[in-house]
Design a protein around this ligand. Structure first.
Ligand SMILES: Nc1ncnc2c1ncn2[C@@H]1O[C@H](COP(=O)(O)OP(=O)(O)OP(=O)(O)O)[C@@H](O)[C@H]1O
Ligand SMILES: [Mg+2]
Length: 183
């Protein structure tokens, strides 16, 4: 996977498979401390305590369609390549937190990627899930909250093309303010 946004797509798919109704994606960039943190937290069914150590193992999956589960192990690999790591904390019946850390200035740290498209893909694919994206960088914070959008849209579906365009533009604008550029 070339960039973090693709990992995010993958890890949020785990949350959705675990029947989450709320998923938070948090990115914190701290260039001064040479650290970047990615957290994905959900309110899904959680992972039994005896399995939580094993979920990053590529040969552990509860999928029935194939015998390998690569999402978490690939993100762990990406984090470790940058002298960071990945941790999973989960409580059955409450939800799961996946936390990946990276050395910010590490040469192998993957770029953020196309977050606007990632969020749009997640929203279109899962309109009933409430998604929150919070990105902090050098003292500035940008947040997208689909629950808030839903209230403001007053009955227009969140996956309506116009709503999607609005979310895409707002995300883009917010990230540009944090210094990202999009084609
Ligand atoms: N947020 C989550 N909530 C509950 N269980 C999870 C969560 N994330 C991962 N798991 C468990 O960990 C297993 C491994 O996840 P991982 O993403 O590495 O692989 P996968 O989802 O099984 O397959 P792939 O990601 O390759 O499609 C899952 O099959 C699931 O049982
Ligand atoms: Mg997965």
């Amino acid at each position: 996977m070339q960039d973090l946004s693709l990992h995010i797509l993958d890890i949020v798919e785990n949350s959705i498979a675990s029947k989450a109704s709320q998923v938070a994606i948090r990115i914190t960039e701290d260039p001064e401390e040479d650290q970047m943190i990615l957290e994905i937290e959900d309110d899904g069914v959680g992972i039994p305590p005896e399995l939580v150590e094993r979920v990053v193992d590529p040969f552990f999956t509860t999928r029935t369609t194939r015998k390998v589960g690569l999402g978490l192990s690939l993100l762990q690999q990406a984090a470790r390549l940058c002298e960071g790591d990945l941790h999973v904390r989960s409580t059955q019946g409450e939800g799961t937190l996946v936390r990946a850390s990276f050395r910010y200035h590490h040469i192998d740290r993957k770029p953020l990627g196309d977050i606007p498209s990632t969020l749009v893909a997640l929203i279109v694919g899962n309109p009933s899930v409430d998604l929150q994206y919070v990105h902090c960088k050098a003292g500035k914070t940008f947040c997208v909250d689909t629950a808030q959008f839903k209230r403001e849209l007053e009955g227009i579906p969140i996956d309506h093309p116009q709503a999607i365009r609005l979310i895409r533009e707002e995300t883009r604008r917010g990230l540009e303010e944090l210094g990202y550029l999009f084609a």
